[in-house]
Design a protein around this ligand. Structure first.
Ligand SMILES: [Zn+2]
Length: 308
């Protein structure tokens, strides 16, 4: 509940910043977002789960963006599990950056990033090594310098023998050269490439799943919000390609549901909340009836925690 409260308070801040950009109808949806929560809880009241709520689904809504990120995190980790098992793939985590830009150049810089990335992926050696990827655009704001830092986080799928195969393996320095050439910017000094561990990939998965902009960044003030809003609206923020794209399609059609875990909690209570002015107020708590016990329990988990 604490997290919901925190995110809903930020949603209230969004309402004031977004009002001039959207229609009355959209603004109403944002205001109305998650004003009603239908939670379920186990006998101890310690394990709870959201069963239903009213969502605005707006890209900049802190509540909806957080929930979407949790769902994406589950999706990406299952795609990786599937590609490892069925396609014998290993994974690399690549971070591509360039020097920061002022607000006025951000939009062009993102276009330049997209084109540069495309150029890099079309290089023969990259095509030989990379069998698919999932890529996230992230933009952070630097308050001290008042500039913006767009960058890409990418999980790459490679063959199992990639690390030992001289024909496929690309060294870090070579990745840097490739990125410099693709961006036509020799001033770039860093590229981060690392192997993703199967036992612990939470950090990498979170980087791809989470929001393209932190709410603490874009809710800073009106000018900063306007820049984020104008730049990120209508853009594709997450891109699946190659084996990741095929696996994503399977996931969406529920063909990978057997990779999901069953929720181990047994829920017996239903609890209703309404949003007051600054907090959620519990309005009703009761035991579920038999039909509901059946509907709620023994279902698959479809979201997971993210590192923020
Ligand atoms: Zn929302």
């Amino acid at each position: 509940m604490e997290k919901y409260t925190q995110k809903k308070r930020k949603n209230q801040l969004l309402q004031t910043l977004i009002s001039k950009h959207v229609s009355k109808k959209t603004l109403e949806r944002v205001k109305d977002c998650n004003t009603f929560l239908f939670m379920v809880a186990d006998i101890t009241m310690e394990k709870t789960k959201l069963h239903r709520s009213n969502n605005c689904e707006h890209r900049f809504c802190p509540v909806c963006a957080w929930k979407k990120a949790r769902k994406n995190a589950m999706k990406i980790s299952i795609l990786m599990e599937y590609l490892k098992k069925e396609e014998q793939k290993e994974f690399l985590f690549l971070t591509l950056t360039a020097p920061n830009v002022p607000a006025g150049e951000l939009n062009d810089e993102i276009k330049h990033y997209n084109n540069s990335f495309k150029r890099m992926m079309q290089r023969k050696e990259v095509k030989t090594a990379v069998k698919g990827y999932v890529r996230k655009l992230e933009v952070t704001y630097n308050k001290d310098r008042d500039d913006y830092h767009p960058h890409f986080h990418v999980i790459l799928a490679a063959d199992k023998h990639y690390f030992n195969n001289k024909r496929q393996y690309i060294k870090r320095d070579r990745w840097l050269e490739l990125w410099q050439q693709s961006t036509k910017n020799p001033l770039i000094t860093q590229v981060d490439i690392r192997r993703v561990k199967h036992t612990d990939n939470k950090k990498e998965v979170s980087e791809i799943a989470k929001y393209s902009a932190k709410d603490s960044d874009y809710l800073q003030d009106e000018t900063v919000f306007d820049t984020f809003y104008k730049t990120l609206s209508g853009k594709r923020l997450i891109v699946y390609s190659g084996l990741f794209k095929d696996a994503s399609t399977l996931y969406e059609t529920k063909a990978l549901d057997h990779y999901k875990d069953m929720d181990p909690t047994y829920y017996i209570y239903q609890i209703f909340y309404h949003w007051g002015k600054t907090d959620y107020i519990e309005t009703e708590r009761k035991l579920m009836n038999q039909d509901m016990l059946k509907e709620i329990n023994q279902t698959l988990l479809d979201e997971t925690d993210i590192e923020e």
